[in-house]
Design a protein around this ligand. Sequence first.
Ligand SMILES: [Zn+2]
Length: 274
Amino acid sequence: MHCKFFSIRFVFLISVSALLLACANTTKSGAVGVNRSQFMLVSPAEVERMSSTNFNEQNQKAKEKNILITSGVTYDRLKYISNRLIQQTEIFRDDTRQWNWQLSLINAPTLNATCAPGGKITFYTGLIEQLNLSDDEIAAIMGHEIAHALREHGRERISQAVAQNAVLNIVSAAGYGIAAGAANQVAQYALVLPNSRQNESEADAIGLELSARAGYNPEAAISVWKKMIKATEGKNPPEFLSTHPSGETRIEQLTELMPAVMPLYRQAPKPKFK
Ligand SMILES: [Zn+2]
């Protein structure tokens, strides 16, 4: 049967692609030593396109509700911190100077921040105000979120979901057309799934180094996670807390990394934003 033949060929293509791409490592290891092969099936351009569309839609909706902040003290403060962190991303990747980095500040009581693939940063005023964040603490959260984008954790999640979906479709003898359509839906869904614990640990480590090199005290990562654990007790935790083994493990891992990043912080030129 035509369909079956195509499915077998599709399995073969997926397997070959997986073998070719399985050893991708998106970042250089830095002082914190993140080094892991990543399974990548979809292209960065596809993920970037999806991420860009979602980011623009989010901003458009916020604009319509009159909650998109594009100037003022808080916006300038975030912009200054993000610029300092972005300058340090070259430690981990050679291509980030060409990225279309964007910053969005939304006036909402949400305890969250994200950085979507390709460098689309979103912060909510609720996070900054309710936790009364210092610049060092903002840098800790932003560094963590930027690290997800540098490691392309979104693309990794999509790749895993697409591969699993393709296999399922083939097992149920679905045609290629159906598999491709469903794969696209799965990819959209995977982009908003929480990260794995391993990805969270990687983002913590790289984020710590980014903030230290940008002149922000990396010890703030510990104080800010403590604040957040306390603030979100009994509630739906935000992205950066949702998949962690426990607050204690996270703090232990961060503490172990301090000797690697404190010298970088001491040497770094310090921020001058007032
Ligand atoms: Zn995270």
